[in-house]
Design a protein around this ligand. Structure first.
Ligand code: SF4
Length: 418
């Protein structure tokens, strides 16, 4: 039987292009949204027609990411969901997430997307400090966030993620602490906190190269991260990934599912969709610039919105094969070595469950210490990895990042790059 496949749908529209952002997203092209939604549905149908009937793919998670997917109307989201339900066997308890900017979504739209089947919202909050939000060129303020969370709750959403960014220019430890404390007052089920990265080709990247961006030094960024780990844990949030925390569910309540990624952490409101990535399990990427991993391929779609629409509208192109579509522009057949390297880097991000020897053996037919004896020994001796007996994998031993390893994750991952 094939493993469940997760579905990622990229919605590359934003009202404004923020100076720090390097996502594949475009401002001022909202007039293309109807044609884009039609093209997305064509891509879904294309994939569905390629699947042999015995392969009718079941899915436990769907993620509308962007960009700003909440710019789509409730009707447009509903039509995409209908196409997905016809093309895939969507589990009745699937996690269906949409990313939203606070302030771009009305109470009526919350109701409409809830009715369309979406059951989780990930809000791009980033900060609650007005000056920091202005510097990030975000249009909302903290009161908009409060209103958006309250409207989402009223519409019946009981699984909310709030996304934050730390190590912002001129940010102090105290202003970061204020943001985290305010966010906790909103009682989200899930919190993501990523350090700002200065991406090449963005205005922030250029300003930083010219010394115009007073970003916190690495020690202050590390202090922010360490404080966050301690404070969120004391506040009842389990850190299950380097940058992600989930609230524990009430006993007997919450989500129920038996997909292979989710069963690893069933007691908290973890993001099941992202777990699929971190466990190196298959997912299809649909839409302009989307990436996917399925049937032994990593692949990505054409970036530009108009080209994407054209490719799906007039596909006089050679027939591709699953999971490739007329929108695919890059494909890479994974070697065993690629898969092992990706597996290590992804799974080590999971700070509780780490990399389990039994899971590694069942995927690759060899033990962890057979493949990486020197790397693992050196990282354990350096205090960056620790060996544990897994509660999830029962008898298996697990290697996972230590607290220090979480701060120096990139150094650890580099040891497993092929
Ligand atoms: S709203 Fe989000 S996706 Fe859009 S430009 Fe800003 S940071 Fe990027």
């Amino acid at each position: 039987m094939n493993p469940d496949t997760s579905l990622y749908l990229h919605i590359p529209f934003c009202a404004h292009r923020c100076a720090y952002c390097d996502f594949n997203t475009y401002a001022g092209q909202e007039s293309l949204i109807p044609a884009y939604v039609d093209a997305l549905i064509k891509e879904i149908n294309w994939i569905s027609n390629q699947l042999p009937i015995t392969n009718y793919q079941s899915t436990q998670t769907i993620f509308f990411g962007g960009g700003t997917p909440s710019l789509l109307s409730g009707t447009q989201i509903d039509s995409v969901m209908s196409a997905l339900s016809s093309a895939f066997s969507v589990s009745p308890d699937a996690e269906i997430t949409i990313e939203a900017n606070p302030g771009t979504i009305s109470p009526a739209k919350f109701d409409a997307i809830r009715k369309a089947g979406v059951n989780r919202i990930s809000f791009g909050v980033q900060s609650t400090i007005t000056e920091e939000l202005r510097m990030l060129e975000r249009s909302h303020d903290f009161f908009t966030v409060i209103e958006a969370v309250s409207a989402a709750r009223k519409a019946g959403f009981n699984n909310l993620n709030l996304d934050l960014i730390y190590a912002l220019p001129q940010q102090t430890l105290q202003s970061w602490q204020t943001t985290v404390k305010r966010i906790l007052d909103l009682q989200p089920e899930h919190i993501s906190a990523y350090a700002l990265t200065l991406e090449h080709g963005t205005p922030f990247g250029r300003w930083s190269q010219r010394g115009l961006l007073p970003i916190p030094d690495p020690d202050l960024a590390a202090d922010m991260y360490e404080w966050t780990m301690d404070y969120l844990q004391q506040s009842g949030y389990e850190q299950y990934e380097i940058s992600n925390w989930a609230k524990q569910k009430a006993k007997g309540g919450g989500q129920k599912a038996d997909d292979s990624a989710f069963r690893l952490l069933p007691s908290a409101f973890v993001c099941r969709h992202n777990l699929q990535y971190w466990r190196s399990l298959p997912y299809l990427g649909l839409g302009a610039g989307a990436h996917g991993y399925a049937n032994g391929y990593r692949y990505s779609n054409v970036l530009r919105i108009k080209t994407y629409i054209e490719r799906l509208t007039n596909y006089q192109l050679p027939i591709t094969h699953y999971p490739l579509t007329p929108a695919t522009v890059n494909q890479h057949k994974q070697s065993r070595k690629d898969d092992i390297s990706d597996y290590m880097i992804n799974n080590l991000r999971l700070v509780q469950t780490g990399v389990a020897d039994s899971d590694f053996r069942s995927r690759f037919g060899a033990g962890l210490l057979d493949v990486f004896p020197k790397e693992i020994e050196e990282l354990v001796n350096a205090g960056l990895l620790e060996r544990k007996t897994s509660e999830v994998f029962e008898t298996s031993e697990v290697y996972r990042l230590t607290r220090r390893g979480r701060l120096l994750g990139n150094q650890v991952f580099l040891r497993f790059v092929g």
